[in-house]
Design a protein around this ligand. Structure first.
Ligand code: ACM
Ligand code: ZN
Length: 730
């Protein structure tokens, strides 16, 4: 950067610069037309900003002044009259197109002209991207002529604040970043099963109860936004050309609201705010008029907070079948001639839509809102694929395309290049419905995203998304990549933990080598300079903790807590690996039925698991675990402990019973104890159960055998699994 800057200073001094045409303009999203000029503009303390006198233009001029000062340290003056050196902002009605702008940088001045104040703000964002990163006292901006306008008016980013809670400061920072890349919609997913995040004065329990959940380990998790905070965010976003569209999920994904007000559901049963992910059967009862009164009262307060003419009601993933067993729902269906539960869903959506229309708001919903018959005035957010877009367009609806842009997708599975090369707007059908495709949204669902790892899921991938929404990606991925990579220095200065282009941040696995009795943690890293800092005392790692890159070897059992850092920025929450010593460590195990691939983790590797897919579990589908450990020689056994996982969402259940057997020859067996367990297939929380055989006096044997009796019955029509990670012999 320094050499580039010096080269430019040289150019200015000589007032002629043959190299100017070679300047690279690393602007994301790429403007429609960019042509390099000759020479450069020298921005110094004497440069003045002039702008139209209206409040909005003056605010934009102030925003530019602040951005220049933050990035270069140069404090410009906003003046009514231009001086010798100037940046001139103007509205120019001859520029055609909403949000369009034209930016001219010449050695004499910078002129930013726009069709409207929105275009003016986007032009300022482009100008910011032209500023050098390391300027002090003077900043050189290469001469350039840019003409630009967006491809689509709706360029959204969605943040799910229900599964994980994101503080206001985090949201404002994301709004700053999104605006820098010319997104103009922040879709705020405010309610879901796992949390209700918006204060509603009339129903205080929505946040008093619905904003908090008790996790499997007993800790409380949650939070919500007060109405004052929401007004503040909406205003902050509006100043930055971003419209905030709230989403209040209904009639499904409403467990948190039902936990607060059980009368909303068909059964009226008291439930807890769930701590697991998925689709839940506690949904709003369509058959009770009180449900609509409640929702309308909520929407009264929501619509008053958000000036946006749109309101998103979710409407996705509704297990409509629950309404079949509800008398009021069935009565409503009969009275209105509604055939089947999907028709009840349609009735619900249309009734809410009518209410919103009365308040001057247009309803948006996920593409399931089409299933029960839909009014063409609604906007459909398409997530399940182009066939849903086709249905909505055929019905006369406007659409927003979200499906291919799910930012929660692991980076491994959706790389920067995948996103860049996949253009869902390149669809011949869309051309047949001019004006109906509003644009797109990139949703970040937050089951696996939290304030610490969200940056890396969003950036750099949102660069590719911005090119789709604002521009129209060319086939030149290499050129895009140069522009994208040029953003990293700026993002780094904003302390954004931007992620890798094509790998997950870190994938750490542990294995045991029985010959050398050595545990090895091996980490695949998204960046070569990512370091894994770790502690052995369960404290959170810091940059002062010891670190490794690819591998960490341990010759004694330990609990390793590790966290990935680049420089002083932590990229995701810490992860714990537990290794334990015991008499069975490294001893050979034989099975009556071998565990299923890929769930064939070793039972005597001393490694304790946590998640079912962390590589440490042995699993049997539709079969029992029958495992025999050869202890090499007759061994006094003080205790034998077998560990089992329950994770109903992955169809993994505890066994009904566990038998402990021993043998001296591996042929004739003595059953020492059969321990029965209570299995609750409705307990959705993942947990690990230790099942321990502990004789009054030690039993001596060479072979130890553990046999389970599995739950046996399918859950939701699906055969269940037995999962065990370890047998611990002491
Ligand atoms: C969705 O992903 N359920 C809209
Ligand atoms: Zn009902």
């Amino acid at each position: 950067m320094r050499t580039r800057l010096m080269a430019w200073l040289g150019c200015v001094a000589m007032l002629s610069c043959a190299g100017a045409a070679q300047a690279r303009f690393d602007i994301v999203p790429e403007p429609q037309r960019v042509s390099a000029g000759r020479g450069a503009f020298l921005l110094t303390r004497t440069t003045r900003i002039t702008a139209p006198a209206d409040r909005r233009a003056q605010w934009i001029a102030g925003f530019l002044r602040g951005a220049v000062r933050d990035q270069t340290g140069i404090a410009l003056t906003i003046a009514a009259h231009a001086g010798h050196s100037r940046i001139e902002l103007r509205i120019d009605p001859s520029i055609k197109g909403d949000e369009a702008y034209r930016l001219d940088v010449t050695p004499e001045r910078v002129t930013l002209a726009a069709a409207d104040d929105r275009g003016l703000f986007w032009g300022v964002q482009t100008l910011r991207q032209l500023l050098p990163l390391d300027a002090r006292e003077r900043a050189v901006i290469p001469s350039v002529h840019i003409e630009d306008a967006p491809r689509y008016p709706w360029r959204g980013v969605m943040l799910d604040t229900a599964r994980h809670f994101y503080p206001v400061d985090f949201i404002k920072r994301q709004i700053d970043l999104a605006a820098y890349y010319k997104f103009d919609v922040f879709h705020w997913h405010l309610t879901d099963d796992q949390g209700w995040r918006i204060q509603i004065n009339r129903y205080p329990k929505l946040t008093g109860v619905g904003a908090w959940r008790t996790e499997a380990d007993g800790s409380r998790y949650g939070g919500f936004y007060t109405q004052a905070q929401i007004r503040d965010v909406v205003d902050y976003a509006r100043q930055r050309n971003i419209m905030v569209v709230p989403e209040i999920e209904m009639p499904g994904h409403t467990s948190a609201a039902i936990a607060a007000y059980p009368e909303l559901s068909c059964s009226g049963k008291q439930i807890k705010v769930p701590t697991t992910w998925g689709v839940f059967r506690d949904v709003d009862c369509v058959g009770k008029d009180s449900t609509f009164r409640f929702l309308e009262n909520v929407l009264d307060e929501v619509t008053a907070l958000f000036p946006s003419p749109y309101l998103h009601i979710g409407g996705d993933e509704v297990p409509e079948g629950v309404w079949a067993d509800c008398a009021p729902c069935q009565t409503l269906a009969r009275e209105n001639g509604l055939q089947g539960e999907a028709a009840l869903h349609g009735f619900f959506v249309r009734r809410i839509q009518q209410f919103l229309t009365g308040k001057g708001k247009t309803l948006i919903g996920w593409d399931e809102i089409m299933e029960g018959g839909m009014d063409p005035g609604a906007i459909v957010e398409v997530w399940r694929g182009p066939q849903e877009a086709a249905k909505a367009l055929a019905n006369g609806n406007r659409i927003i395309v979200a499906g291919p842009f799910y930012m929660d997708t692991p980076i491994d599975d959706m790389t920067l290049e995948d996103l860049y090369r996949t253009d869902p707007f390149d669809n011949p059908l869309f051309a047949k419905y001019p004006g109906k495709v509003l644009g797109g949204e990139a949703p970040l669902w937050s089951e696996r995203a939290d304030p610490m790892n969200a940056d890396a899921r969003l950036y750099p991938r949102l660069f590719a998304v911005a090119e789709h929404f604002w521009g129209s990606p060319s086939s030149d991925y290499a050129a895009f990549l140069e522009r994208a990579r040029a953003q990293e220095a700026w993002l780094g200065m904003q302390h954004v933990a931007y992620g890798p282009e094509d790998k997950d941040i870190v994938d750490a696995r542990v294995s045991f080598n029985p010959t050398y009795r050595r545990w090895r943690i091996r980490a695949a890293r998204g960046f070569d300079d990512l370091r894994l800092h770790y502690t052995l005392d369960s404290s959170p790692p810091t940059t002062q903790s010891p670190a490794f890159g690819d591998v960490l070897d341990l010759y004694a059992p330990a609990t390793v807590t590790l966290a990935p850092f680049r420089g002083d920025v932590q990229y995701q929450a810490s992860q714990v690996f537990k290794m334990v010593s015991n008499l069975a460590l490294g001893k050979p195990v034989t099975y009556a039925t071998p565990p299923a691939v890929p769930y064939s983790g070793a039972l005597t590797d001393g490694i304790l698991g946590s998640q079912y897919n962390d590589g440490t579990w042995a699993g049997w589908e539709g079969a029992d675990m029958d495992a025999t450990i050869d202890m090499d020689q007759p061994t006094p056994l003080h205790s034998v402990d077998a560990r089992f996982l329950q994770n109903v969402q992955a169809w993994i259940l505890l066994p009904r019973s566990v038998s402990f057997e021993t043998s001296d020859d591996g042929k004739s067996w003595t059953t020492l104890q059969t321990i029965p367990l209570t299995v609750d297939p409705n307990d959705m929380r993942p947990f690990v159960r230790d099942v321990t055989f502990m004789p009054a006096t030690p039993v001596t044997a060479r072979y130890v055998r553990i046999v389970t009796a599995r739950y046996g019955e399918p859950v939701g029509g699906i055969q269940t699994w037995i999962f065990s990670d370890e047998i611990i012999v002491k």
